[in-house]
Design a protein around this ligand. Structure first.
Ligand code: NAD
Length: 340
């Protein structure tokens, strides 16, 4: 029996999760919600995805898009909801809809950690999410940190991490946020990312963050104080061998976030996404017991595969590595990796 999934909040993350659900043999997309009329509804119609109104159907139907029901009709038919609404709305939806209807739900990283029984990154803590009713997939930045640090921790043991997030100012479609012409430090220490990593991976970590005038990915610089002395060649191989991490290099002219995004386009990825965390080979270095590296995170897509694995975990699929493999295959993750 396929797992019946509903997506509430059909925006940057929700539209990708909906498409990813459709690609899974063991899942069925029952429908998505429309909060207001916009071009995304037209795409859902074209993809034959049933639409359920979230906020009344008048405005949506006035524009020619038919709603097959409302959010309550969607919830009645599903085993699990993936809530991809803007931050804080997920908490409201949990109290208003999911708890009273006793439906399982996956939340996103914009929500506070206590919305879920567990926070989630498949490679770090899949097992602890099996059978849970409420799971929070951590944010794009936290997912990026957790994925690579998990590999470093397994190989060298982590004493402490210091990391800086250079964050994109807005998503590419977003005309409301910035900065347009400034570099803006987050005036909070540590930034929330460090404590958030600790919800999925037990390491000492201190983070700072800066927003910049770009829409193309986040960039992280990390200094990891290791228990055992790290080695550059070993680290390159470790990242290459790990799933959902991609090593790129100067020789192939992938030197910037712009070129990573172009690479994803040329790979023919759906929406030109790059769900793998991208580590630059030449930016991996060692100083005594410290491992230094830089990585780029495609904010719009790295959490999509995590949501798919979280659906499986919540509905009782116990084999984490198998779920990761199934998800990767459908989303072409890890394809065309280069081995030096
Ligand atoms: P978004 O603004 O692109 O999409 C949100 C969608 O929810 C929109 O379609 C909007 O119409 C709809 N919506 C708004 N209010 C609603 C309500 N009350 N009920 C139902 N639907 C409503 O947002 P997003 O970027 O997809 O972010 C969603 C969540 O994912 C947030 O928690 C965010 O922090 C997290 N997240 C975002 C990114 C990113 O880079 N965009 C990355 C990782 C995680």
């Amino acid at each position: 029996m396929a797992i019946k999934v509903g997506v509430i909040g059909y925006g940057t993350i929700g539209k990708r999760v909906a498409d990813a659900v459709k690609l899974q043999d063991d899942m069925e997309l029952v429908g998505v919600t429309a909060h207001s009329y916009n071009y995304k509804m037209l795409v859902a119609v074209q993809k034959k995805i049933p639409i359920y109104s979230m906020n009344g159907k008048e405005e949506i139907e006035k524009n020619g898009v038919v709603c097959v029901g409302d959010v309550n009709d969607l919830i009645k038919q599903v085993d699990i909801i993936v809530d991809c609404t803007p931050k804080k709305i997920g908490k409201e939806n949990k109290e208003k809809y999911y708890v009273p209807s006793k439906v399982k739900a996956i939340f996103q990283g914009g929500e506070k950690a206590d919305i879920g029984e567990v926070s989630f990154t498949a490679q770090c803590n899949y097992d602890s999410a099996v059978g849970k009713d409420y799971i929070r997939v951590v944010s794009c930045n936290t997912t990026g940190l957790a994925r690579t640090l998990n590999e470093v921790h397994k190989k060298y043991g982590i004493k402490e991490v210091q990391a800086t997030m250079i964050r994109r100012g807005a998503d590419p479609w977003d005309i409301y946020h910035g900065p347009i012409n400034a570099i803006v430090p987050v005036l909070e220490l540590p930034s929330h990312h460090g404590p958030d990593v600790r919800t999925v991976l037990d390491v000492e970590i201190f983070t700072t963050a800066i927003s910049v005038s770009s829409t193309l990915m986040h960039l992280h610089t990390l200094i990891v104080d290791c228990e055992r002395e790290p080695n550059v060649e070993e680290t390159i191989k470790m990242f290459q061998d790990a799933t959902r991490i991609r090593v790129v290099d100067n020789a192939s002219k992938v030197r910037s976030t712009a070129e990573i995004m172009e690479f994803a386009k040329d790979l023919g990825r759906d929406r030109s996404d790059m769900p793998e965390i991208v580590v630059w080979k030449e930016a991996i270095g060692v100083h005594k017991n410290k491992l230094l590296y830089m990585q780029a995170v495609h904010q719009e897509s790295d959490v999509v595969c995590e949501n798919i694995d979280a659906i499986r975990a919540a509905t009782g699929f116990t084999d984490g590595p198998k779920s990761i493999e199934m998800t990767n295959k459908t989303l072409c993750i890890d394809e065309c990796k280069k081995f030096f």
